[in-house]
Design a protein around this ligand. Structure first.
Ligand SMILES: [Zn+2]
Length: 254
């Protein structure tokens, strides 16, 4: 039997059992194993990882772990600056787009609320989600860590929080998206883009009371839903403010 010493950093510890968190630990193994297979067997999806050091040297996922290796594993979306070192990803995704698993419908609506192109259907299966993520260069958001272990998924994130507005805050914070928000530019229901429309053109669709005080209307270019600053507007603004201020109750180990 061989053994290697593993140390996982920051939020990667979320995936480990308590006795392995934030400390170096010995892992006993046999045979030839890539470092990717080994870290995933320890519970950490490869999509969460940005940098692996073997005995102080940056290695890729295919690196074969040797007896007595010291392996350090660092997360994606980490605030410490690791850019001088070789990263596992060739380049970050330039436009932030998402595809979400079946458990994250409410989060998809909220990401649309702040302007992100976010695909969601409650009948996407795992292979479809993985394929969409790769083909359309979308970050896969999921509550299923096994989905992130699929080889074709290169950009994925395991959402820790339970409540949708905490999930929104978590995603914005972890991916540092504060400068990319475009609130009220996208349809929360279908992901279409919202465009301004003359009030007169849609007058018959507007409640009479609304027509009296509101002159600013937007329409979804895909499903035709009308948007205006009605009674929900204040509540939605509060959700955005909550997300931007980074208040989150998610239980990270950071
Ligand atoms: Zn729509």
């Amino acid at each position: 039997m061989k053994h290697a010493e593993f140390r996982f950093y920051e939020e990667l510890n979320d995936f480990l059992p308590p006795h392995h968190r934030k400390i170096p630990f010995r892992h006993v193994f046999s045979g030839r194993n890539s470092v990717k297979d080994m870290v995933e067997s320890l519970g950490v999806p490869h999509t969460e990882i940005d940098l692996i050091l073997a005995n102080g040297t940056s290695v890729n996922f295919q690196y074969i772990v040797e007896d007595n290796d010291r392996i350090s594993v660092y997360p994606s979306f980490e605030s410490i600056d690791i850019t001088p070192l070789i990263q596992l990803r060739p380049a970050p995704l330039r436009i932030t787009k998402f595809v979400l698993d079946v458990h994250l419908g409410r989060l998809a609506s909220l990401l649309r609320l702040v302007g992100f192109d976010s695909l969601y259907r409650n009948d996407f299966d795992d292979p479809e989600l993985a394929q969409l993520s790769r083909d359309e260069k979308r970050i896969l958001l999921t509550r299923d860590r096994n989905l992130l272990k699929r080889n074709i998924v290169t950009h994925g994130y395991f959402v820790r929080s339970n409540l949708p507005r905490d999930q929104l805050s978590e995603v914005i914070h972890r991916m540092d998206l504060y400068n990319s928000l475009q609130p009220f530019k996208r349809c929360m229901r279908c992901n279409g883009v919202l465009n301004p429309i003359e009030k007169d053109l849609v007058l018959e669709r507007i409640p009479i009371a609304t027509a009296e005080y509101c002159n600013d209307f937007h329409i979804c270019d895909f499903c035709g839903r009308l948007y205006w600053k009605g009674s929900h507007y204040g509540k939605l603004k509060q959700i955005i403010q909550y997300a931007v201020e980074g208040k989150t109750s998610c239980g990270t180990t950071r």
